[in-house]
Design a protein around this ligand. Structure first.
Ligand SMILES: *Cc1c(COP(=O)(O)O)cnc(C)c1O
Length: 387
């Protein structure tokens, strides 16, 4: 039994991250400014896209994007139900209709095949979700979307540092939205980034991010807001602070090292979990990716293990081990169970997984002993249950 609690996630914040934030706090300029512009440039360079806009969260980014694409009543947006609720909430808040595509049973990601039956004349947008640090099969999905003339925006909240066929997510021409929430691969406290090659779209998002002003929240020549700034259309207030951006720059520099650590831990999990009957890890996609190992997700088969997912999580908690659920399917949440505006095909794989999946602890500062502790505890709980 562990002496200390092992959380399922914990951000990696070290001295250099802290020093850079302190510098900004002492600089006399703490809201959106030079650091934010620098972070946007650094992120765009890393991903290999033409431009990037930093915002207060991925959710805010999705809100801006749906507005900038004029998604509204009568429009359908295809996305999985196996996702965080934020995207679907934003679709509904725009007055549009989410249409749920089912997922592959063992990668938890939508495919061109699962998306196709959801498309019709009202479909305005497809939002696939990269899962756990793996990438969707973008080529197949974009091929289908191109054929039908429907744009694609990728939810890349889990995919900071993920590569697809040798190219970073965000760098293949598809507009992508990243998250820097503290559980994600790098953090800015709260934050998000919209990456795109579409300069017109980015300009509108940049304006909507800050009240709909015709110039940005920060003008490098005036070191503040340009006096001639004028509202072009009503906008929001989703600009990132400079101290968040400074943390982001520092974290981005550490990203590859953080992913390396996550990868070692995930591989150790893989070897240990393989020996436990009825605990099923996710499958790796059959195309070339660099996995960013945002989450280590397993599915608990109650028939083989003698215990259901919720009881296993409770038992792990008693043994001082945290775990998480990514995700409870959106169509199983109270509002969406009752929402008449929600449509979708049958979602057998989403249903099967939502009752069985569980994220085990995974974060860069975890040790190999911690991983072994988790594996031993899972085995122990299962042994106790089947006795
Ligand atoms: C975390 C997450 C989001 C939302 O990110 P925020 O920055 O917290 O708004 C969106 N989609 C998925 C799949 C996520 O995991």
């Amino acid at each position: 039994m562990r002496e200390t609690f092992l959380p399922f996630s914990q951000p990696s914040i070290i001295a250099c991250d802290i020093a850079t934030v302190i510098n900004v706090l002492q600089s006399g300029w703490i809201t959106t400014g030079a650091k934010c512009a620098e972070f946007e440039q650094a992120f765009a360079d890393y991903a290999g896209c033409r431009g990037a806009v930093a915002v207060t969260s991925a959710t805010a980014g999705m809100h801006l994007l749906l507005h900038a694409m004029d998604i509204g009543p009568g429009d359908e947006v295809v996305t999985p139900s196996m996702t965080w609720v934020s995207t679907v909430n934003q679709i509904v808040l725009r007055g549009a209709t989410p249409v749920f595509a089912d997922i592959d049973n063992h990668t938890l990601m939508v495919t061109a095949e699962s998306i196709e039956p959801c498309l019709n004349a009202r479909t305005r947008l497809i939002i696939p979700v990269h899962f756990a640090g793996a990438s969707v099969d973008s080529e197949a999905i974009c091929g289908l979307a191109d054929e039908k003339g429907i744009p694609v925006v990728e939810d890349a909240a889990h995919a900071v540092g993920t590569f697809y066929k040798g190219v970073p997510v965000g760098g293949n021409g598809v507009t992508s939205i990243f998250s820097f929430h503290p559980i994600k691969n790098i953090t800015t406290g709260e934050g998000g980034m919209i990456c795109s090659d579409d300069r017109q779209l980015l300009d509108r998002i940049r304006s909507l991010r800050f009240h709909g002003l015709g110039v940005d929240s920060y003008d490098r020549t005036t070191q503040g807001r340009a006096p001639q700034a004028e509202v072009l259309e009503p906008g929001y207030k989703y600009n990132m602070t400079d101290f968040s951006a400074a943390l982001g720059i520092s974290q981005l520099e550490r990203l590859d090292e953080l992913i390396q650590k996550r990868t070692c831990l995930a591989e150790r999990y893989g070897r240990g979990i393989a020996a436990i009957k009825g605990v099923i890890p996710l499958a790796l996609p059959d195309y070339d990716i660099r996995h960013a190992w945002h989450l280590y997700v397993v599915r608990i088969d109650p028939e083989a293990t003698g215990i259901n997912r919720d009881d296993l999580m409770r038992a792990l908690r008693q043994r001082n081990i945290g775990s998480g659920i990514h995700f409870k399917a959106v169509h199983r949440q109270k509002y969406y169970r009752d929402a008449p505006a929600c449509t979708g095909a049958d979602l057998p794989n989403t249903e099967w997984n939502t009752d069985r999946l569980c994220s085990l602890p995974l974060f860069p500062e975890m040790t190999e002993t911690d991983v072994d502790d988790v594996i031993t505890s899972v085995q122990h709980v299962i042994n106790g249950a089947s006795r």
